[in-house]
Design a protein around this ligand. Structure first.
Ligand SMILES: N[C@@H](CCC(=O)N[C@@H](CS)C(=O)NCC(=O)O)C(=O)O
Length: 253
């Protein structure tokens, strides 16, 4: 199936970890797609036109999907039996779905707000993250747009010193849950095959773990505040952090 399929269109903000979750699933399933990367706020024109709001949006001949989990479910539904993102066994499927929901709601949101707290004032760090692969004119407009978007991001994602402490705690709680799961020596979070739970955990943790295989270039360590780096290093050393980094090293082609 799908041999003559027209490539999907994936609307993204390059650095968005929810976009990376979908990008990785598409790459893993070897499904053809073209990425339409946009800088904030220009993504909004593309996502609104496609019937969505946030990124990622996947535009397909079967309709447009406007949430990363809905996209993974759709990709799973069109994939052959030997390349699935969700297990067949109902009990395992439920575990994968619950973990994916936990990572989407608790990890992805906390990672974004916590990381922005340390880097949102540094346009040198933000520019490549928002502009890798976007149309030239958007990149050109970055210096004008950045101060406006910076304020909006701070407001929208509750970026401040007090919330950063809470978001870091939230990240630690999710990592603790993953550490617990991994304590029995398993290779994947659920069952004996990679699933949506693994892709979701690794991609949503990636902005802090900065795996070298990530398609969006990592920041240079010297550019990052010392406190941010030391907390990142602490998370990298956990079983959960090492697990996500190993998934990138071995599965992110
Ligand atoms: N639940 C959504 C979350 C997506 C999300 O929060 N995307 C962010 C980027 S990381 C976004 O588009 N933000 C811009 C906005 O809210 O308008 C999903 O899984 O797709």
């Amino acid at each position: 199936m799908l041999n003559n399929q027209k490539p999907f269109r994936l609307i993204t903000i390059p650095v968005s970890h929810y976009c990376e979750k979908v990008r990785w699933a598409l790459d893993y399933l070897k499904l053809p797609y073209v990425e339409a990367a946009h800088m904030p706020p220009f993504y909004k024109f593309a996502t609104t036109k496609a019937g969505g709001g946030t990124v990622p949006v996947l535009v397909t001949e079967d309709g447009n999907f406007t949430d990363s989990t809905d996209i993974l479910k759709y990709l799973d539904s069109i994939s052959p039996n030997d390349a699935k993102l969700y297990p067949e066994k109902p009990e395992q499927r439920q575990q994968v779905e619950e973990l994916e929901e936990l990572f989407d709601e608790k990890l992805g949101t906390a990672v974004r707000s916590w990381a922005y707290f340390y880097i949102i004032d540094n346009s040198k760090i933000i520019q490549p993250k928002w502009t890798q692969g976007v149309p030239f004119v958007e990149n050109f407009l970055f210096p004008v747009i950045f101060p406006i978007m910076r304020s909006l991001v701070i407001k929208k994602y509750d970026v401040n010193a007090e919330s950063a402490t809470q978001y870091y705690q939230q990240i630690e709680n999710v990592f603790a849950k993953v550490n617990e799961l991994l304590a029995d020596g398993r290779n994947y979070l659920v069952g004996d095959k990679i699933s949506a739970a693994d892709f979701a955990f690794a991609s949503l943790a990636a902005p802090i773990l900065q795996p070298p295989q990530h398609p969006i270039k990592s920041s240079d360590a010297e550019e990052l505040p010392a406190e941010f780096l030391s907390k990142i290093n602490k998370l990298k050393e956990t079983a959960a952090g090492a697990f996500a980094l190993n998934l990138y090293a071995t599965k992110r082609k």
